[in-house]
Design a binder for this molecule. Structure first.
Ligand code: GLY
Length: 452
């Protein structure tokens, strides 16, 4: 069987890799992909092949020509631009929701109103199109809030506020300065939640729902909580949408999984299928919080896997992803068995850190960061440690270089969380992002507290 994964980030690389593990699959095309994949075992032996095409009609032509059996679209932007709809019109089997259904992620207010209507627990919220009204609200509300861009913002459009001044700055950033473009013209202002974050996924096939009985924890802030100096330098602990992850989450238990399915997943999926009348096919992500009083609440729904959560959940999943994907397309998810291995996994993300540029210092991700730093040390990585690439490029002279802020994922599995953590950190320390402007200094930065 031949699979095509559309995307270029770490989550997409992980999808390609996991399809490559399937007993049914002998070729995975990765379009437009990233050059990092050619530095991995499956890329080197041609099981995963990068196809640097991006335009949707070219992708459709390629799938027809190569007789691709299944296409998986990993991220919200191509889904929202209608890639699934186009491929289906051309008779190509896919995983991922149609354009219309991406509204669950691209219109937060729509989804929040739906959840409120069906009684799924979520924090108090109000929606604003007018920045003055939004300011008035946060001055009077009395409790802490999160200010969110209503539209797509690559997982980064939620600003967590400590006080009124933070909230006003967030309104300015999203609504006036338009840090995320038109996505911030409308904002959702939501009560800030405390407790433990849970990232929970399910697959839908248009009729059935297969909740994954395993969940992960994402680390969204850019810096460790102890890193006061960086937090001060950047004017707050910015939300990057994921700097690392671990799985199983310390709270995974059969009773909590059952509770999440009963309180959150089933009513939401029922509303998608029956109230909205949507034959949604693909992965769906529930961003949840469990508060100190043991109450669950939804803070986001996304129409795809989480990144980096998928990178650890996929490692833990022993079921065949091609069989799951086929069942999603054919509407037979009720016949799929979930099998999970016994390992613990930790994903630490290597980010672009401080580097010297011609006009001074770049502070590093999530602020301004350098590019084109040679990635060294990949040959030293221990066997059994997985690298998924994200913001990388190929330079004719230097080979693999950094290109984005979140550059690569180092994923280690072991019998205990402590051993997996130790292995992930031991290996990420073997990698260098060489700063050509600063005597070869290492520009790589990572958080130290993933999995703690
Ligand atoms: N990890 C957060 C996201 O994928 O949106």
């Amino acid at each position: 069987m031949k699979v095509l994964v559309y995307g270029s980030g770490g989550r997409d690389h992980c999808l390609a890799d996991t399809y490559g593990d399937s007993q049914h699959v002998d070729k995975v095309y990765f379009a437009p992909g990233n050059p990092g994949v050619l530095y991995t075992p499956k890329g080197k032996r041609g099981l995963i092949e990068r196809v640097p095409i991006r335009a949707f009609d070219e992708v459709a032509d390629f799938c027809v020509e190569k007789k691709v059996d299944l296409v998986d679209v990993g991220s919200e932007n191509p889904l929202g631009e209608g890639l699934i709809d186009l491929l289906n019109q051309r008779g190509i089997r896919t995983i991922g929701p149609r354009k219309e259904y991406v509204r669950l992620e691209s219109d937060r207010a729509f989804t929040d109103d739906l959840l409120r209507k069906i009684g799924v627990p979520k924090p108090e919220y109000r929606v604003f199109d007018n920045p003055d009204e939004a300011r008035k609200y946060v001055r009077n509300i009395g409790y802490q809030v999160v200010v969110k861009a209503n539209g797509l913002a690559a997982g980064k459009g939620a600003i967590v506020c400590d006080d009124v001044s933070d909230a006003e700055t967030a309104i300015e950033t999203l609504m006036i300065k338009k840090a995320f473009g038109e996505s911030g013209s409308r904002v959702v202002i939501e009560e800030r939640m405390y407790g433990t974050e849970i990232s929970f996924f399910a697959y839908l096939d248009g009729t059935h729902c297969m909740p994954l009985r395993m969940f992960a924890q994402d680390y969204k802030p850019a810096f460790d909580p102890e890193d006061d100096e960086s937090i001060k330098k950047f004017g707050g602990n910015l939300n990057t949408g994921g700097t690392g992850c671990y799985c199983p989450h310390k709270l995974v238990s059969p009773w909590l999984v059952n509770r999440i399915i009963r309180e959150i997943v089933n009513p939401t999926v029922n509303a998608i299928y029956n109230d909205l009348g949507w034959a949604y096919k693909g992965a769906i992500y529930f961003g949840l919080n469990l508060d100190p009083y043991d109450r669950l609440g939804v803070f986001e729904i996304n129409v795809r896997h989480g990144d980096p959560e998928w990178e650890v959940i996929a490692r833990k999943l022993s079921s065949d992803l091609f069989e799951i994907g086929t069942a999603v397309w054919e509407g037979t998810l009720d016949q799929v068995q979930q099998v999970w291995n016994k390992q613990h996994y930790v994903d630490v993300i290597a980010m672009e850190g401080r580097s010297k540029a011609s006009k001074g210092w770049n502070k590093g991700y999530p602020g301004r960061y350098g590019k084109g730093h040679r990635i060294l040390g990949l040959d030293k990585i221990e066997k059994g440690v997985t690298i998924y690439f994200a913001g990388v490029d190929e330079n004719p002279e230097k080979g693999l270089v950094t290109y984005g802020g979140r550059v690569l994922h180092v994923i280690a599995g072991d019998k205990t969380l402590e051993a997996a953590r130790e292995k992930a950190y031991r290996n990420i320390r073997l990698i260098t992002f060489e700063d050509h402007n600063n005597s070869g200094a290492n520009c790589l930065r990572f958080r130290n507290t993933i999995g703690l």
